[in-house]
Design a protein around this ligand. Structure first.
Ligand code: FE2
Length: 189
């Protein structure tokens, strides 16, 4: 699927450009780049002597606003489509189970990660040793989860999802963000 406009790609330094929703698998791939970039910032925050407030706010905003939407894109739209389209030899259900377990392992640290950042931002104090440890563990687990999604899920999705599936995925992801579907130019499957 071609991008209808010149969407920004490749940096992960800002929220994924909504124009990329025309190509939903590219959008998810770009979201992963964004997640990796945030992991790098989290690791910087955990290692720094003094709290970098703008960076801490960037991470907190990402955790509060972007991450949940991305996880819903996958859990509610991508995973069910993949389960329907894939063959037994893809072993997609076991891959999805493994990936969800890794995601759960990362996300169970999300409340503590948020709390550590919010407490430092509120008080102006540097991160505690315990807060730094939580941030480092969270970033490590998210990175491990991303490797599996990029190496297994997205390549299978690119191979198995039909153009119609991808249009449906695009429409669902746009709807989640309060956007109408792109106008279709062809009914071809
Ligand atoms: Fe993901």
């Amino acid at each position: 699927m071609e991008h209808p406009n010149s969407a920004r790609r490749g940096s992960g330094l800002c929220p994924t450009d909504l124009e990329l929703l025309a190509s939903p698998l590219d959008f998810l791939s770009e979201d992963h780049l964004r997640e990796r970039q945030i992991c790098t910032i989290i690791e910087q925050l955990a290692a720094a002597d003094a709290l970098d407030r703008p960076l801490a706010l960037t991470v907190l905003r990402f955790l509060n606003e972007e991450l949940n939407v991305h996880m819903r894109d996958e859990a509610e739209d991508l995973f069910p489509l993949l389960s329907r389209r894939c063959t037994d030899e893809d072993s997609i259900d076991s891959a999805i189970s493994r990936i969800r377990a890794e995601q759960d392992e990362a996300m169970c640290l999300l409340p503590e990660t948020r709390l550590a950042l919010a407490a430092s931002l509120d008080t102006g104090a540097d991160l505690t040793a315990a807060g730094r440890a939580v941030l480092s563990r969270f970033a490590r687990r998210v990175r491990r989860h991303l490797v599996a999604e990029n190496a297994i899920l997205l390549p299978i999705a690119r191979a198995r999802l039909t153009p119609a599936d991808q249009r449906k995925l695009s429409a669902q992801m746009r709807s989640r963000r309060g956007l109408p579907p792109f106008r279709e130019t062809s009914n071809a499957e």
